[in-house]
Design a protein around this ligand. Sequence first.
Ligand code: HEC
Length: 152
Amino acid sequence: MFLVITLGTWAHGNTEGKPGSHEYHVVYTQPETIDYYQKHGRYPDGAVLVKELLHAETMQMTTGPAVSHATKIKGWFVLVRDTQGRFKNSKLWGDGWGWSLFNAPDSKNTVSTDYQENCLACHLPARDLAEDDVHEEDKWIYTIGYPVLNKN
Ligand code: HEC
């Protein structure tokens, strides 16, 4: 069994004045990735970050007027930390990570073809959000959303 725990959640709010969320992005990793980051301030070789995309609906519940809950899984974005540049000839590996998207009906075969085209542009803003002393290759990650990684 492969144990994973939640690293953080991104809630995508409804637009046009509607309350609540229409999508959640829940990020999972291995417990040892969190231990390592808390101690060393960086992601270890072999760290796997899985971002699960979930549709969401919002309704009135006894807990509040606009309560959102996840419904169906859309797919998974996956990053695997590679500190050694192992797969130099693959277009899915580079800049310190393996990059792939899997859509929900097929969790075995990625739909990604080239991380530089499919992923990098959207992860550039993460580099500006990252602290200066973060490892260069870890700056691709939106670590601001994962307070569990902070030293206690
Ligand atoms: C449309 C822009 C966009 C594209 C394209 C994109 N990402 Fe992201 N990614 C983000 C943003 C923004 C976040 C954090 C906030 C969120 O999910 O809403 C994120 C978060 C992630 C996370 C969680 C770890 C982290 O960095 O915080 C993973 C894993 C991930 N992306 C993998 C990928 C991979 C692999 C690809 C290419 C196959 C990809 N992303 C393409 C914008 C994008």
